[in-house]
Ligand binder design. Structure first.
Ligand SMILES: Nc1ncnc2c1ncn2[C@@H]1O[C@H](COP(=O)(O)OP(=O)(O)OP(=O)(O)O)[C@@H](O)[C@H]1O
Ligand SMILES: O=P(O)(O)OC[C@H]1O[C@H](OP(=O)(O)OP(=O)(O)O)[C@H](O)[C@@H]1O
Ligand SMILES: [Mg+2]
Length: 387
């Protein structure tokens, strides 16, 4: 039964009324702010409330774009896009869902304005452009790609040569109201917030759209706050990270608007399906299914041998089934097939342990999904929504 049926009051919410007849949101907002004072009260929010489809925002380009489409595809939620310059698409598996390709920061802005309901972007982008907005809910915090961290970095040379922690930096007598620490960053919300929370008093910020690592050598800043993944860009520009200087650890997340989840028909069901698929897939991605044959006198005896090995306990314990054959006209079970899930990292150790207890004919195959009885994140989400 679709979840929304448990909340009949939502059916009559303004979110469920038919869409406005005339213009898409962008046009209407432009019209009211420029042309006619009569329509000034028509806000993007009101228009957003009137649409009746569900909108998922995905990164249109950059590092996150391909990995996001790949994750969806791996979860059998392939995005059908007619051509790469078309910014609207669909996921045929999910009814009434529109996919909109946007720059990551615009995905967050549009979740806040109500023009999108669900999004996939980096946590750094949600934190920077969401600015602590309580309407934004992180539904899955670890989609397993886009890993990086937002960090404060300073030069390796000159007055910073012996500065190795945020504390050292804060204690440098150089920084005063007249000569503050100058920080270049694209993160104009998170950067200042971090410095303030860490008690750095005399700091000023400048911003640029990219290549921030050049700022200290150019003399336009003393330090930078920027994303780091491999660390190569910092190293190549003679910069270093310092202890206590990590502002945020980030990776791709599934984020949704609380208002949409509660009020717009179908959003909760849609996020439930996406979340279940993501969780089941991401859990499976770290595991192999291992099948092996083992000679034994009974299923229990084989199970005991398997359970005596630390890497072979599987998810809930091994499945042991008899392998029947005909011997002297009688059907007997001399062999048992055991099926277990093994973390990818432990595969070789598991094969060795299987052999040690008499396992043979070991088959290893990738797992696509592991669906649990209930996804832990789903329960957390309902709690956050007060449902
Ligand atoms: N080394 C990295 N540098 C920057 N972002 C990274 C890195 N590794 C992962 N990411 C993630 O990728 C996201 C998008 O980065 P990308 O630079 O591709 O797009 P963008 O910032 O929207 O584009 P632009 O840099 O042109 O403004 C970041 O917000 C972050 O979550
Ligand atoms: O630790 P690394 O693996 O070297 O990655 C970090 C660099 O990558 C990003 O820049 P990007 O490539 O997006 O260029 P930009 O500065 O023009 O945004 C980020 O702003 C850093 O400069
Ligand atoms: Mg970039």
């Amino acid at each position: 039964m679709p979840l929304i049926q448990s909340f009949p009051q939502l059916r009559s919410s303004p979110f469920n009324s038919p869409p406005p007849p005339l213009f898409p949101a962008r046009f209407a907002v432009f019209r009211c702010s420029v042309a006619s004072p009569v329509t000034v009260n028509v806000t993007s929010d009101e228009i957003a409330m009137k649409r009746n489809n569900i909108r998922l925002g995905l990164p249109s380009k950059g590092r996150m774009a391909t990995d996001t489409l790949d994750l969806l595809k791996d979860c059998q939620l392939s995005v059908k896009q007619v051509n790469p310059r078309q910014y609207v698409a669909e996921i045929p598996q999910i009814e009434n869902l529109e996919v909109w390709f946007q720059r990551p920061k615009d995905v967050v802005r549009k979740l806040v304005s109500g023009d999108l309901d669900i999004g996939i972007v980096g946590l750094d982008t949600v934190s920077e452009f969401g600015q602590g907005n309580e309407d934004l809910i992180i539904v899955h915090e670890a989609l397993g790609y886009g890993d990086c961290h937002l960090s404060l970095a300073i030069p390796q040379y000159g007055i910073f040569e012996n500065i190795n922690s945020l504390r050292d930096l804060a204690r440098m007598p150089l920084w005063t109201a007249d000569r503050p620490l100058r920080v270049a960053t694209g993160f104009t919300y998170l950067g200042p917030k971090f410095m303030k929370e860490n008690g750095l008093e005399h700091v000023t910020f400048s911003t640029a759209d990219g290549a921030l690592e050049a700022a200290p050598a150019m003399g336009t800043a003393d330090a930078i706050v920027d994303l780091v993944s491999s660390g190569t860009t910092l190293r190549e520009n003679n910069l270093k990270e310092i202890e206590g200087g990590v502002v945020l650890e980030s990776q791709a997340v599934l984020v949704a608007s609380k208002k949409s989840l509660i009020q717009r028909q179908g959003v909760l069901d849609t996020i439930h399906e996406i979340l279940e698929r993501f969780e089941a897939h991401l859990r499976a991605a770290g595991q192999f299914t291992v099948v092996a044959n083992m000679r034994g006198s009974s299923a229990e005896e084989v199970a005991e041998r398997v359970l005596s090995q630390p890497s072979l306990s599987g998810l809930q314990g091994p499945t042991v089934s008899p392998v029947f054959c005909k011997r002297d006209g009688k059907t007997t079970a001399e062999y048992y097939a055991i099926v277990i899930c093994v973390p990818k990292k432990l595969l070789y150790k598991s094969v060795q342990q299987l052999r040690a207890i008499g396992g043979s004919g070991v088959l290893v195959s990738p797992l696509t999904y592991i669906f649990d009885e209930e996804t832990p994140r789903w329960r957390e989400l309902l709690l956050k929504l007060g449902l």
